[in-house]
Design a protein around this ligand. Structure first.
Ligand SMILES: NC(=O)c1ccc[n+]([C@@H]2O[C@H](COP(=O)([O-])OP(=O)(O)OC[C@H]3O[C@@H](n4cnc5c(N)ncnc54)[C@H](O)[C@@H]3O)[C@@H](O)[C@H]2O)c1
Length: 719
């Protein structure tokens, strides 16, 4: 065996997972084969066995399914997936029903398939370490816990109790697992796992009842009852509708998981396992599952492991970071820094303004204190890390200063020149601009190689993505330090090259402007907005444009025109941009903050926003033909085309930055796996031919140049 070690001494059969040449244990093909072998051996040795110990030779217990293999699945592989998973579970079942006590020794994380392996043990002992994670993240990857996770967790926690851990992939640490009854004992360290396991086996020695799982006891009752319980039946009858409201029918995994839970709860244990296998086999060959695994597993790991970080540069730990501007963004960044233990100087034009920015952190933390989620001492420690000031001199000694003042080039130049000399030796300077090219802003800097874009998203405390923009002169060390800074905040960095709107704002712009263009073509606003929701965007293009302010788009448009003129060129605004300009300049509709945009925002409390009725008279053409599939495709393809253009222009340099940036920065639907995986998921040829058709009908926005076609091909991931 190459992944499992087996040893039988003094009646204790020890099964140690130790995958050769891998830092973690996975359910790879070799492991599945080894599991067959070790199970057969255990059966052979039955008479000599008093107890079975499951353990890991790695620093974690077990990492789960072999996701690389999953990426190679074709539709025709579903029945093979079913056979494999059934065989694996048959082995689990053999070990569990041998009549010998089985103990799982959980020395570290057990996630997904790993947690399912842990659940083979009748008795589960874990090291008491808050950092260890257990649970079933499958649904977030478009899969379901089909290696008995659904069946067991439902039987352990009940149909209602298990839902957060299955449908929402809620993870838990050893202490929480103990409280839930999912582990039975905690020990202080890995060395005490085995003695504790042996002690438990000793307690069982000679006992009349053989070791078994609760559901194998004839008196077993499912916690909270089965679906035939009237109370549960009432809740379960609406559960699919509630779920569908969240998934919009775009995410098959949570729907399959719920179905497997409920169907499995009505039948015997072995049948429940088979139901689970069938749902998993069906999902495991879908494009949605593969796309989500691609992005939420492989791409996220690529980012976490620093694949976009310049190599060979020592890690940087931010000590003292200054922020210029205590407005919406500065205040948000200050909070995130302080909550990660970074000493923060928050500077605005006056002490009052700076204090108002710091008050944002007081407000956010107070809400947590009131709910008992934070102690008053932790709150005051956090607040004490923010030094609010009106004096630029207080920035002295910062290793990083980020400006988040108004979006004006002249002002940004001025604050850069004032603050830069105050940096500690070796420090670097960043701009949080959302639209102004970094290389241009860097001309104000005395050390443009130490000047970088660090683009946060609003609201800063919630949005996980941060876009790092490398200017023409930014050096590798500065990019690496920006990357480390973003990771120190617990956020996800992507690295892009300089361009108007960088990657995210530029692509986001194409989405909203495509929506507005359709309005201009006479398509009803409500249809456009609903198409946006139906294809999986968080909100429709008009609603989101209102949120970010129409006036801001017009400001950017004016700036772009001016920049083009300065370069001796003329900018040709898109149809969407021209409508937004009229919305602002002709009809004074600036967006949500001013109470009027594409929507009206009634001031009465509790009143809902509604589409501005005038849109109908101004734009709608009753005889304009429209097709809902075309509208949805235009919204998604337009962004995918722009993303591919960014790759071809070297604004983006990797597919993982593209996918993660599109999902976490723009809200590109997760079911696609991101804007590039959207292309690769459906297949390049299918994408290209549909984009060509859209270009024929709807113009330039969908045109794929030869360079772009080549870039799509060049960047295709291989598994
Ligand atoms: N709002 C967003 O969603 C968002 C998202 C990403 C990036 N940004 C960018 O972040 C920057 C700030 O945006 P915001 O929304 O926080 O703006 P804001 O208007 O809320 O805040 C700007 C702050 O800068 C202060 N300020 C002006 N001159 C200053 C000076 N000389 N020294 C110190 N402070 C000064 C102002 O008093 C104000 O408090 C802009 O460049 C914007 O493009 C904004």
């Amino acid at each position: 065996m190459k992944t499992i070690k087996y040893e039988l001494t003094n009646g204790i059969a020890t099964i140690t997972f130790d995958e050769e040449g891998s830092p973690v244990n996975t359910m790879c093909a070799q492991w599945q084969q080894d599991l067959n072998e070790v199970t057969a051996q255990v059966v052979k040795d039955k008479e000599a066995i008093r107890g079975i110990v499951l353990a890991s030779a790695k620093s974690t217990f077990f990492a789960g399914a072999d996701l690389k293999a999953l990426m190679r699945n074709q539709a025709s592989d579903a029945s093979a997936v079913f056979v494999d998973i059934e065989r694996m579970k048959k082995n689990f079942r053999t070990l569990e029903t041998l009549g010998k006590p089985v103990v799982s020794c959980l020395n570290g994380a057990a996630l997904g398939g790993g947690w399912e392996v842990a659940l083979v043990g009748h008795y589960r002992i874990a090291v008491d370490d808050k950092k260890i994670q257990f649970g079933l993240p499958e649904v977030t990857l478009g899969l379901i816990p089909g290696a008995s996770g659904i069946t067991k967790m439902t039987r352990l926690l009940g149909l209602m109790g298990a839902q957060p851990y299955i449908l929402e992939s809620k993870l838990f640490n050893p202490q929480e697992a103990l409280e839930l009854g999912l582990v039975h004992e905690l020990v202080p360290d890995a060395a005490t796992l085995r003695p504790a396991a042996l002690a438990w086996i000793d307690r069982h020695d000679g006992a009349a009842a053989p070791a078994h799982h609760p559901w194998d006891d004839k008196n077993y009752k499912m916690p909270g009852g089965t679906p035939s319980n009237p109370k549960l039946a009432a809740m379960l009858s609406v559960a699919p509708a509630i779920l569908k409201q969240k998934t919009r029918g775009l995410y098959p995994a949570p729907e399959a998981a719920l179905a497997a839970m409920v169907e499995g709860a009505q039948v015997d244990y072995d049948t429940a396992l088979r139901i689970e296998s069938r749902y998993l086999a069906r999902l495991a060959v879908t494009t949605v599952a593969k796309s989500m695994v691609n992005t939420f597993f492989f791409n996220l790991n690529a980012i976490k492991s620093g694949q976009s970080r310049p190599k060979g540069i020592p890690r940087y730990t931010p000590q003292k970071v200054g922020l210029l501007g205590a407005g919406m963004m500065g205040a948000g960044i200050a909070y995130v820094q302080a909550s990660r233990g970074i000493s923060t100087v928050l500077k605005d034009l006056s002490q009052d303004k700076a204090d108002a920015g710091k008050a944002y952190s007081a407000k956010l933390t107070q809400a947590r204190v009131d709910k008992g989620r934070m102690s008053a001492a932790d709150q005051s420690a956090l607040l004490s890390r923010i030094h609010a000031t009106g004096q630029v001199a207080d920035l002295a000694g910062c290793d990083l200063i980020i400006e988040a003042v108004f979006e004006r080039r002249d002002l940004k130049a001025e604050v850069t020149q004032d603050a830069e000399p105050l940096l500690a030796p070796g420090g670097f300077f960043a701009s949080n601009t959302s639209t102004l090219p970094i290389s241009g802003l860097a001309t104000a800097s005395a050390r443009p190689q130490k000047f970088v874009g660090i683009h946060f998203f609003s609201p800063v405390d919630k949005m996980k993505l941060v876009e790092i923009i490398r200017g023409k002169q930014t050096d590798d060390e500065t990019v690496a330090r920006a990357f480390d800074y973003v990771q120190a905040l617990g956020k996800i960095p992507i690295v892009v090259n300089d361009s108007r709107g960088f990657y995210t704002s530029r692509t986001f712009g194409t989405f909203v402007m495509e929506g507005v263009a359709m309005l201009g073509e006479g398509i009803p606003a409500a249809v456009i907005e609903n198409a946006g929701i139906q294809c999986g965007m968080p909100v429709g293009p008009l609603a989101v444009l209102d949120e970010t302010a129409l006036s801001l788009s017009v400001h950017v448009l004016d700036q772009t025109r001016a920049d083009y003129v300065a370069e001796g060129k003329t900018y040709i605004a898109t149809p969407g941009e021209l409508i937004v300009e009229r919305m602002v300049k002709e009809w004074g509709r600036n967006g949500r903050a001013s109470g009027a945009g594409f929507y009206d925002y009634p001031i009465e409390k509790g009143a809902k926003k509604n589409l501005w009725p005038e849109l109908k008279t101004l734009f709608e053409k009753p005889d304009a033909p429209w097709d809902i599939t075309d509208i949805k495709d235009r919204l998604l393809y337009r962004q995918a085309v722009e993303t591919a253009r960014c790759l071809s222009e070297n604004v983006l340099t990797t597919v993982h930055d593209a996918n993660i940036g599109s999902i976490f920065g723009i809200g590109f639907p997760a079911w696609t796996g991101g804007a590039m995986q959207f292309i690769y998921g459906m297949g390049m040829d299918a994408f290209v031919s549909r984009a060509d058709a859209l270009a024929g009908q709807y113009g330039q926005g969908f045109v794929l140049s030869d360079e772009v076609r080549a870039a799509i091909k060049r960047h295709q991931p291989v598994y």
